[in-house]
Design a binder for this molecule. Structure first.
Ligand SMILES: Cc1ncc(COP(=O)(O)O)c(C=O)c1O
Length: 402
């Protein structure tokens, strides 16, 4: 029997596809530090767990396709804290930011339309694009420029009649880059000039370092009709497994059409929305402390990586990822070696090879994405493993004399 051509074009996620090697390593008694996935070790706020425990309905019923009213009504106050004016009827609750991205692609693009995106990009976007049969058109951002926005002319050059939208993610996964107000304005002006949409994925909004202010795409009312903002509770409140996100748009036509998809999938998870509503009552101090913790981890891992011979690493300004270029010919081989053939004092690390975070063939082959979601003690152990692992790989696999 034949599978669809569409599914053959999907990738197995570079964040998850090496997991069998990690499981084998664990079965051999090796402790694996998981730097491959953005799963924080930070506790979920207690009132979120309490809300789940206290869920007292006798039937877990279908809810509204738009999301629970209490959650939608509470979100404007959250946005207001950032000076953003968002009404409850300007957002739909989704099953994670992931579903919001899929809804945006399906709503704004026809099959074979194009979305322009800086690469490296959040790799799952590739699968969302394949499901919507949308082609991603990359603009390469470079490690030596700290992965800042490439010149706006590079985006303009790629606009065709098939361009439906530009998609950026800020703070960025995987690079940690945070787009400035001026960069967002350039993108918005370009979107206006060519009458296309700008989708901005802001699921890491809270995590910006070095005292820098975050600028949301929702802060530009004059462009509001062409903006779609992707949001999520996953990382903000360390509740990734709850699968609650939002799609925000001030364009009523966009929302009315997204609602058709939302109705087809019936509703977002009910108990998780109750948990998300409770998350919005989290003391601001929680987010402040979490951000300070990630900033500490960022400083620690960047300093550690920069000391390892041959490693080039971007300094992320936000989120909790970085892209590092390694002194190897193939980072995926190295990542597998670390799990299959290496351990240091019974420990090793799992990293995500970066090639599939790029659309352009051959780019990112020497790069890995590291998620600094573990505490500094674990990061210190991880750094030791990476340093020793690189040496072992270069000697044993590449045959270098070090
Ligand atoms: C940039 C970005 N967008 C969206 C998502 C999806 O998040 P979720 O579906 O858990 O809300 C992630 C998850 O890692 C992400 O990194």
């Amino acid at each position: 029997m034949k599978m669809s051509n569409r599914i053959s074009a999907f990738q197995c996620s570079p964040i998850r596809r090496l997991s069998p090697y990690a499981r084998d390593a664990q079965n051999r008694g090796i402790k694996v530090f998981y730097l491959n996935i953005g799963q924080p070790d930070i506790n979920t706020p207690p009132q979120v767990l309490e809300a789940v425990r206290n869920y007292d309905q006798t039937i877990i019923a279908y809810g509204n396709s738009e999301g629970r009213e209490d959650l939608r009504k509470a979100l404007p106050d959250y946005y207001a804290k950032y000076g953003l004016d968002v009404r409850s009827d300007e957002l739909l609750i989704t099953t994670g930011g992931s579903e919001a991205l899929q809804f945006a692609f399906m709503t704004l693009c026809d099959p074979y339309d194009e979305i322009i995106i800086p690469e490296p990009y959040y790799t799952n976007v590739s699968s969302f694009a394949h499901s919507a049969m949308v082609n991603l058109v990359p603009v390469t951002s470079k490690i030596e420029d700290g992965f800042s926005l490439p010149d706006i002319s590079e985006f303009e050059k790629r606009i065709t009649r098939k361009t439906g939208a530009i998609l950026v993610c800020s703070p960025n996964n995987p690079t940690g880059y945070v787009y400035t107000r001026e960069e967002l304005l350039q993108l918005l002006n370009l979107a206006k000039k060519y009458d296309i949409f700008l989708i901005v994925d802001e699921v890491y909004r809270e995590f910006c370092y070095d005292g820098e202010e975050f600028t949301s795409v929702l802060a530009f009312p004059e462009f509001a009709d062409r903006v779609v903002c992707i949001d999520s509770f996953s990382k903000r409140y360390s509740m990734c497994g709850s699968r609650i996100g939002a799609l925000v748009s001030k364009n009523p036509e966009v929302l009315a059409n997204v609602l058709k998809l939302a109705q087809a999938r019936l509703c977002p998870p009910e108990i998780e929305q109750v948990a998300a509503r409770a998350a919005l009552d989290t003391d601001d101090l929680y987010l402040k402390e979490v951000k300070a913790e990630y900033e500490k981890r960022r400083d620690f891992i960047v300093a550690g990586l920069q000391k390892i011979e041959g490693v080039v690493c971007s300094v992320p300004k936000g989120a909790f990822y970085l892209v590092a270029e390694l002194p190897v010919d193939n980072a995926e081989d190295f990542a597998i070696f670390m799990l299959k053939d290496f351990s240091l004092d019974g420990k090793t690390v799992m990293v995500a090879p970066c090639e599939d975070f790029y659309e352009t063939e051959g780019l990112g082959r020497k790069q890995v994405r590291i998620a600094y979601v573990l505490n500094t003690e674990d990061l210190a152990e991880s750094l030791k493993c990476i340093e020793a692992g690189l040496k072992a790989y270069r000697e044993k696999v590449l045959g270098e004399l070090l």
